[in-house]
Ligand binder design. Sequence first.
Ligand SMILES: [Zn+2]
Length: 564
Amino acid sequence: MRMSQVVAPTLREDPAEAEVVSHKLMLRGGYIRKVAAGVYTFLPLGFKVLNKVTNIIREELNRAGAQEVLMPTLLPAELWQETGRWQIYGKELFRIKDRHDREFCLGPTHEECITDLVRNSVKSYKQLPVNLYQIQTKFRDEIRPRFGLMRGREFVMKDAYSFHTSEESLDQEYRKMYDTYCRIFDRLGLKCRVVEADSGLIGGGYSQEFMVLAETGEEEIFHCSHCDYSASRDSAGVGAYKSPGASGQGPGMEEVSTPNVRTVEEVSAFLKIKPSQLIKTLIYETEQGPLAALVRGDHAINEAKLKKVAGVDDLRLANAETIRKVTGAPVGFAGPVGLKGVRIVADNAVELIEAGASGANKADTHLTHIVYGRDYKAEATGDLRYAVHADKCPRCAEGKFEVSRGIEVGHIFKLGTKYSDKMRAVYLDDKNQEKVLIMGCYGIGVSRTVAAAIEQNHDKDGIIWPLPLAPFEVAVVPANTAEKEQVTTAEKLYHDLTAAGFSVLYDDREDRLGVKLKDVDLIGIPYKVIIGKALKEGKVEIKSRRTGETVLTEPASVAAKIGR
Ligand SMILES: [Zn+2]
């Protein structure tokens, strides 16, 4: 392709609207243009990269025996009502009405649609297992679309759904998809980590996320220094220390007047203690009545974990009135000592606090030197909080957590019968009995992978594409288009490299060399072949975008030097 012909309007400056690197560089490199908030056009370069990703995904899924389908974007409300997600999904679901006032949504995910297809088309155990996938545009009505392709309202996804007669068959397919995903991201040239994850709105049982590692990533990944445990912040378990707990040998508890001192920072500064000595007491309302949850002042409560430990389904922070009713004090002065008529659950770390402090259930008053077991007790202790750096690994109990950052690009789920039960998706087994289908589902954010690849691979000059993703592998750049010999050599190289199977961007513009190189670096082409002064000695220069390494060589050996 000739650069003079490519519609790739590059920009010198960072666009003000872009907050993250991938968004900035895709706008600056002429890859995408905004149409509306969270809605983008892929320009030729952007579409080339998107297709590179979809081609690799398609090849690997086909190789794994999955079959490609294309479901509609427009989905009838009735299907979503069958599983109850029409209500649960909330405002992120793009809902529309047709001219007859029938309700539809623009699909953010297709569990209902595929389950409907399979319940009507697959009747016998002999047709199972089956794995169907599609690559398609999805929609999500983000409250604040931002970060370019990272969190758009319209995005390209690969979603696959498998159907089984047994858990063993599901396990087998899940492992196959895990391996397939590893191969996909490996072929894309991206460094990834797989983490245990929370299943969120898709639900079901076990799930894992594939994260592209990047310092700019929006998610924290906790991985063990000793074993291979790795989890997202939402689902990382925290290993408990086996310890007899606080000794209770110290001084007895004391009441301290703390007028208008409420937050963890204020209280610990006022009492001259560390935030880790403070016992944060959060009052919740649940379907089983009020609940007090205790965590250390420097820890953050994880409500999903709290639900499990407390055995409740519905949980929300109590309002000021309930707090006053339960504790007898205004907000900010709750504590576990003497708390009556409310269930108390505590995080594992709370038990170990020597000489703790907490609210006294009395306005403007705190208690100090309180000890678990001596002054208060919880009905249950467990893992209630988000993990932090250096926490103990819950699996091997030997390693400590290290934290890195990443971007979620893939998510695989064992759904079980969550959808098939509700939608009555059944098959006939070998005894002609009706059985409920067991399901798995497997997603990859295709457009998001493009953005994540840039977050992982860039420098101050622009994008550094991994070779398999680059819109062009080689840029041929004559230094001075007024020099006839340079142009002739460049033209010949462009044709020869193209004939040899390389995808080549020929910068035939009459601009200065500096301007052309800046554009080629911004766009992120892995190799540049510069035809300049060295041509007098019969040499051209090959420069690697990633390493900056330069080699001088005869034009005829460029293809061999670049290789693949
Ligand atoms: Zn471990």
